[in-house]
Design a protein around this ligand. Structure first.
Ligand code: SF4
Length: 323
């Protein structure tokens, strides 16, 4: 079986305290969505179950962002995120938030209104492309992922391949994730994502990793990661998912019918029909929620979202087919 989820991508802000050398998402012209815009986006996404909140890290280091937040009645950005998560739940969507590096207390606050959360480890070693990104220090990312484990937050992480790391760095990063999961048991999926060069960035002329290289990483990941951790391959970033599924990947992430992949807008989502066809009849394609079935069954979610999860999940913890 191969899984995917239907989502709506909500890029709350493009302001970010980091400056990763490959990033085409952050901007110095700070944009902050308004609650009405979030509501309008959610209203369009009737078929989705997941509200994917992805945005720059700690945007409120900037005074203009703080001023916009104050105008909306918020004293900090994460309060705004929490309210937008709650809005999504009230409109029938399960939030999955990627907020960057967070403290234990911040994770705890967001857990109430999130079905799952995420933070790409990227690589567990220091790299030149992260020289101006304090949030990309491996130790602070590892601490956030561990804190999410202490709080029993179903969690997505992953590695970014081709950003200056060696083959051994990749293996080491996968071992770090495996080790965290052995201790906390909360990693539901690990994304294997290839670097994709963006125009106007310091790394625009770098070559992306070949699909052979990515396949090798998927095979290594399947050997290193515990069996209950699913490997995800983003279907819009490879030419054909089939070889990756054969190599051990079993999830195709979230795809959207209403919003682009704001991080990689030049790579449109395939349709569910295309995904099904790419599995060549060998694997069943099944829709899941942003929280994996195992964690639905374990009850790793808050009271605030329990009614919605019970309404959206079938007896096995996948998305109910009659919704
Ligand atoms: S990749 Fe993420 S953390 Fe890095 S600059 Fe872009 S938005 Fe910020």
């Amino acid at each position: 079986m191969v899984t995917f989820s239907r989502n709506v991508f909500i890029p709350l802000t493009n302001a970010c305290r980091n400056r990763c050398a490959y990033c085409g998402f952050r901007s110095d012209e700070h944009r902050l969505m308004k609650p009405e815009e979030v509501k309008a986006l959610l209203s369009k996404a009737k078929g989705a179950s997941e509200a994917l909140f992805t945005f720059g890290e700690r945007p409120d280091v900037y005074e203009d962002v703080r001023a916009k937040l104050r105008k909306m009645g918020y004293s900090n950005f994460l309060e705004f995120v929490r309210d937008m998560n709650e809005l999504a739940v009230r409109m029938g969507f399960l939030p999955h938030t990627n907020a960057g590096v967070l403290s234990y207390d911040e994770l705890k606050m967001l857990k109430s209104w999130n079905a799952s959360m995420g933070l790409m480890l990227e690589q567990a070693v220091e790299l030149e492309c992260h020289a101006s990104s304090p949030g990309k220090k491996p130790e602070v990312r590892i601490r956030t992922i561990k804190d999410a484990g202490k709080l029993r937050i179903p969690f997505t992480t992953g590695i970014l391949v081709g950003i200056g790391e060696t083959h051994y760095d990749r293996l080491y990063s996968l071992e770090v994730i495996a080790d965290i999961h052995e201790n906390y048991g909360h990693i539901q999926e690990v994304i294997v994502q290839g670097f994709s060069p963006k125009k106007g960035t310091p790394m625009e002329n770098w070559n992306p990793p070949s699909e052979e290289e990515l396949l090798r990483v998927v095979k290594d990941a399947r050997m290193i990661l515990p069996k209950d951790v699913t490997i995800q391959i983003p279907p819009n970033l490879v030419s054909d998912v089939y070889p990756f599924i054969k190599a051990g990947a079993r999830d195709l992430g979230g795809i959207s019918e209403v919003t682009p992949d704001y991080i990689n807008p030049e790579h449109p989502w395939p349709s569910v029909r295309d995904l099904k066809a790419s599995l060549r009849g060998e694997f069943i394609l099944k829709e899941r929620l942003p929280i994996y079935p195992k964690f639905v069954k374990l009850g790793w979610f808050s009271d605030e979202i329990s009614n919605l999860i019970n309404r959206l999940a079938d007896v096995e913890g996948f998305r109910c087919s009659n919704i």
